[in-house]
Design a protein around this ligand. Structure first.
Ligand code: ACM
Ligand code: ZN
Length: 616
């Protein structure tokens, strides 16, 4: 897609810099810092530059090591690290200074003058984010994985004061509907860290596969990792591939990933689903079910399944054992217990469940679900951890200390915040990265939608109906990546990026929304993702054609394009549009004989791909 892109002003400046002139790329940071002021001049990195860190803090040294490792790879040199209690005694020297300025958690400042870079922080995450911003101030060649010649390794002088809007900035990945290996998860976490996203929500159990080793119940992975085949295409196709699908993470692999993430200031929140989405576990240990069926098998297609955990003592013993191992493994304060989409059909038929409802004086199966979650919450709380669950844990009454991950629109999040429970906003479909990000006619199979980049960007995660007091309970945002239709790492990256940039910005940035500013920064930022080899969706440069039914014989056409400064030209007769074709200026009607073909044009040239849409 680089090929198709017009050379922007920023790239012209960058090319000039490559040629050894003084200009550098202007600051284009994603997510946007809270306060950024461009000041006079530039600062150049070279191999004689020292970096002073205030003390022998190993985390800080590792963070500086991330910068050095990029410099070493792309520029062929690294900075000399000097550990000193009082770096400012070297204040007269050219250099990069890391100073603990007692800033709040995750905050940092960058003061860049032609003589020095001062990075102020208050904790390890702050210093790490100063480095992430510094990397984005350098030419995007810094993200290359080979030595880059002819680049001036310089940054623009700036004053940046930055701190996040929310403490919880999350990205989810479902590793059950499809399995993804540890090297890919490390890359996923690297990309999160680049965008200052600090929570990895690791979806580990499902109807279609159990993915985490539990030593006390080896069958969960020996057997439960497998499904015998997978539905091909859409959920309802009725066609299966006949190929077993499996994969799981050993505890050792999970520990390694947790450490890797922690070094990048990402906390991993494991999700173990209760009481629903538990068919893989039940297929291994049928005694955990209501026992209404002779045979249980890991699911081979997507959806919601009625075989759920039966709330009996042996189930609680099993779950307590599982959570014991999970809690041992994961240092996260929050443990995700799922809670979504638990059908009540089995509980309605099960004599044990019905007797339990009576015995406990519960109104119905929803209250039984609430009792189930509350019992597990008590256990998890007794181990010093807190639970978070999807909206449905509100049904039948919220557990006393539970956090809510609001996915069914905003209603659950609003209700929970009004009850003074902390909430993470991950509403479907606005923050669902498994939805189409363009016209379904020209996109790979996805869950629904479309949910365009702009829709995601413009979503405000704090609902206006909340009072100022209630708003404090919205602790952050999360983008959800359900992988029904993402069988490969490449498809995950295509679906997640660049839309995740918009969610990362919602989580981090306090500034008012500014779509034009975002798209300008994003265009530069996509150059960084190109260098990192991220196979993101290129619709940023493509026209989006949408039809709205008017009458049976006519449809209203609307079109849009994300790339800044681009306009759309189109034809209605199936011919290839050129920059001289009619300009799209607003909605218009077409008849069944017409077909829309459109291109995005900037500075007189086509950028991106030609898009078509038939009257259907
Ligand atoms: C969900 O999408 N079922 C949380
Ligand atoms: Zn039961």
């Amino acid at each position: 897609m680089i090929r198709n892109r017009l050379i922007t002003l920023a790239s012209v400046l960058l090319l000039a810099a490559c040629a050894g002139r003084q200009e550098v790329q202007e600051p284009q940071i994603v997510p946007q810092p809270a306060h950024l002021e461009r000041t006079e001049g530039t600062f150049t990195f070279d191999k004689s530059l020292p970096v002073y860190v205030d003390g022998p803090d190993s985390a800080l040294l590792r963070t500086v090591g991330f910068l050095n490792s990029r410099l070493q790879t792309a520029a062929g040199f690294s900075l000399k690290v000097i550990s000193d209690e009082d770096p400012l005694q070297h204040g007269g020297e050219r250099g990069l200074f890391f100073l603990d300025a007692g800033l709040p958690a995750e905050a940092y400042n960058l003061r860049i003058t032609p003589e020095r870079i001062v990075a102020e922080y208050g904790d390890g995450a702050g210093a790490f984010y100063a480095v992430q911003t510094l990397l984005q101030l350098l030419p995007d060649a810094i993200f290359a994985d080979t030595r880059q010649g002819g680049v001036r390794w310089a940054v623009p002088c700036v004053d940046i004061d930055d701190a996040p809007r929310f403490p919880y900035r999350g990205m989810h990945l479902d590793c059950c509907l499809h399995f993804f290996d540890i090297p890919f998860l490390k890359r996923y976490i690297d990309l999160m860290a680049l965008h200052k996203v600090n929570r990895f929500h690791w979806h580990l159990t499902e109807d279609q596969g159990w993915r985490i080793e539990i030593k006390k119940y080896p069958l969960l992975t020996e057997k439960g990792q497998w499904r015998k085949e997978t539905v091909v295409g859409s959920l309802h196709s009725g066609v299966y591939d006949g190929k077993p699908h499996g994969g799981f993470y050993t505890q050792e692999e999970a520990r390694d990933l947790i450490r890797y993430a922690a070094e990048r200031y990402v906390t991993i929140i494991p999700e173990i689903e209760i009481p629903g989405h538990s068919l893989a576990a039940i297929s291994c240990y049928p005694e955990l079910s209501c026992g209404l069926e002779d045979h249980y098998e890991t699911a081979t297609k997507w959806g919601i399944f009625k075989q759920v955990y039966c709330p009996k003592e042996e189930t609680f013993k099993f779950l307590e054992d599982v959570f014991d191992e999970i809690i041992d493994l994961f240092p996260s304060e929050l443990i995700h217990i799922g809670g979504d989409e638990c059908p009540k059909a089995s509980w309605k038929k099960c004599p044990h469940c019905q007797a339990l409802i009576k015995k406990l004086g519960l109104k119905d199966e929803f209250e039984l679900q609430s009792w189930f979650i509350q019992r597990m919450e008590k256990y998890i709380n007794s181990k010093g951890r807190q639970i978070i669950g999807w909206d449905e844990i509100l049904q039948g009454g919220l557990a006393p200390n539970a956090r809510v991950m609001s996915w069914l629109g905003e209603e659950g999040g609003i209700k929970a915040a009004q009850q003074h429970h902390e909430v993470v906003m991950s509403p479907y479909p606005k923050y669902y990265l498994d939805y189409w990000q363009g016209d379904p006619d020209s996109e790979p199979l996805a869950m629904g939608g479309p949910t365009l980049l702009r829709t995601m960007y413009e979503y405000e995660p704090v609902p206006a109906v909340l009072t100022p007091e209630e708003r404090r309970y919205i602790i952050g945002v999360e983008g959800c990546v359900w992988t029904e239709y993402m069988p490969t790492p490449a498809r995950v990256e295509y679906m997640a990026w660049p839309r995740m940039c918009a969610i990362a910005e919602a989580g981090w940035t306090t500034a008012a929304k500014d779509w034009d500013g975002f798209t300008r920064r994003l265009e530069t930022h996509l150059g960084r993702l190109d260098r990192l080899g991220v196979g993101y969706c290129p619709n940023f440069w493509n026209p989006f054609i949408d039809f709205h039914k008017d009458t049976e014989y006519s449809k209203v056409v609307t079109m849009s394009v994300d790339a800044p400064g681009a306009e759309i030209h189109y034809t209605l007769d199936g011919s290839q549009p050129t920059p001289a074709s009619p300009l799209y200026e607003g909605p218009f009607a077409i008849n069944p004989q017409q077909k829309v073909t459109a291109i995005a044009v900037r500075d007189g040239r086509q950028i991106g791909e030609t898009k078509y849409k038939e009257f259907r």
